[in-house]
Design a protein around this ligand. Structure first.
Ligand SMILES: [Zn+2]
Length: 215
């Protein structure tokens, strides 16, 4: 695994991938610290080391809004960084003491913020199972979409997410083209996000059409 890690650090994570999606060109690049260049970095302590040197193999899509259905409040981000005052709103009461964070969050405008570097284990999935393997945090990257299971996501969010997935697959080759799932898929008894209004067919089609950018 050491050799693989060095290879990632020296070569793949610096690779720049530009993908054309519709009329918008987005530039995303991972640096040697396993973080996206040019996105807001809001470091969270809600993470630890990945066990046994595991690399990312899975992307887990979530949704969040606090209060639910209200956007642009910055409350989810403050929850992830441990700065949310749970007395701020009655619906926040059950969040007290909760230590969670994704690696990334994509807001309604498609802007990305990063909380945990990809080489670390972010605490986003909880009790979970993917293809017979428990503890998906160990080997996954968590992406929160600002949203609700009751509402459509924005075009900007899809464009950013699709490009992000393609870029992550290039940087971490252990992530296969079919290794993008919802939280609902790995914790079906507990979780419903990103919900029935999330357009999986759009994401899957675009990822497969653009994956040639990695070659
Ligand atoms: Zn979730």
């Amino acid at each position: 695994m050491v050799g693989c890690g060095l290879w990632l650090a020296n070569c793949c994570v610096r690779r720049r991938i530009i993908v054309l999606l519709g009329q918008r060109t987005i530039h995303l690049q991972i640096n040697a610290e396993h973080r996206l260049d040019q996105v807001m970095w809001r470091p969270s302590a809600h993470c630890d080391l990945r066990p046994r040197g595991l690399q990312p193999e899975l992307i887990v899509v979530h949704c969040v809004s606090l209060p639910e259905g209200e956007y642009g409040t910055d409350a989810p981000q403050r929850l992830f960084t441990g700065e949310l005052d749970c007395a701020e709103h009655p619906s926040f009461a059950d969040l007290a003491g909760l230590k969670v964070a994704p690696h990334l969050m994509i807001d309604r405008n498609g802007q990305i913020e990063q909380f945990v570097s990809f080489d670390k284990r972010a605490w986003h999935a909880g009790i979970s199972n993917w293809r017979g393997r428990n503890s998906c945090n160990d080997f996954s990257i968590g992406v929160e979409l600002e949203g609700s299971v009751k509402e459509d996501y924005t075009v900007d969010q899809y464009r950013t997410l699709i490009q992000l997935v393609i870029m992550l697959m290039g940087a971490y080759p252990q992530i296969s083209a079919d290794a993008v799932v919802g939280h609902c898929d790995i914790a079906p008894v507990r979780k419903t996000d990103p919900g029935p209004r999330f357009d999986w067919s759009w994401v899957v089609t675009q990822v497969h059409q653009n994956i040639g950018a990695l070659l």
